[in-house]
Design a protein around this ligand. Sequence first.
Ligand code: GAR
Length: 192
Amino acid sequence: MINLAVFASGTGSNFDAIMHAIEEGELEARVALLVCDRIGAPVIEKAQSYEIDTVVYNPKVFENKAAYETALLADCHERDIDYIILAGFMRLIGPTLLQAYEERIVNIHPSLLPAFPGKDAIGQALEKKVKVTGVTVHLVDDGMDTGPIIAQEAVAIEEQDTSEKVKQKIQAVEHRLYPQVIQSLFTKEESV
Ligand code: GAR
């Protein structure tokens, strides 16, 4: 069985979608760990309701990023984690985790990268008045939302769409696409 660690900072709707896909047998993996960097984030309660091991560290209490990631790496190794799945984890991954999990850290981002990287991608798209935005799933490298793209799906923005409406459309795509793409990573590996 493939062991996943989900890293999340916020609401956890993508975490929920991953758990749901596992329950439905659409994603053949186990979430063995939830890592959260924000005390009190709603995703923590969600993980606890599924009885998933959870670690919540405030990164600021560590001496530096390497020390923070060394602690996370130990948590991952302890649970034989195969892949790290970023699901709304609003923090750049540093060399400690990147080297240990080379090409095994995946991120989902609410835009058609390379457009609108970083925070508030939906707000950035609305500000530019684009007619099409979307969702990108990519491997993580040392840049901000810059790694090799695995999958993308477009989402149309209609004239009358509020930012809440665009977010709903994007998240509906995310919740379907992310589990599928994660599953495809394992299948690809088997066929090599
Ligand atoms: C998702 O829309 C995800 O694409 C985005 O954060 C949201 C988390 O929602 N990630 C980024 O912007 C990463 N740069 P969730 O907590 O409900 O899954």
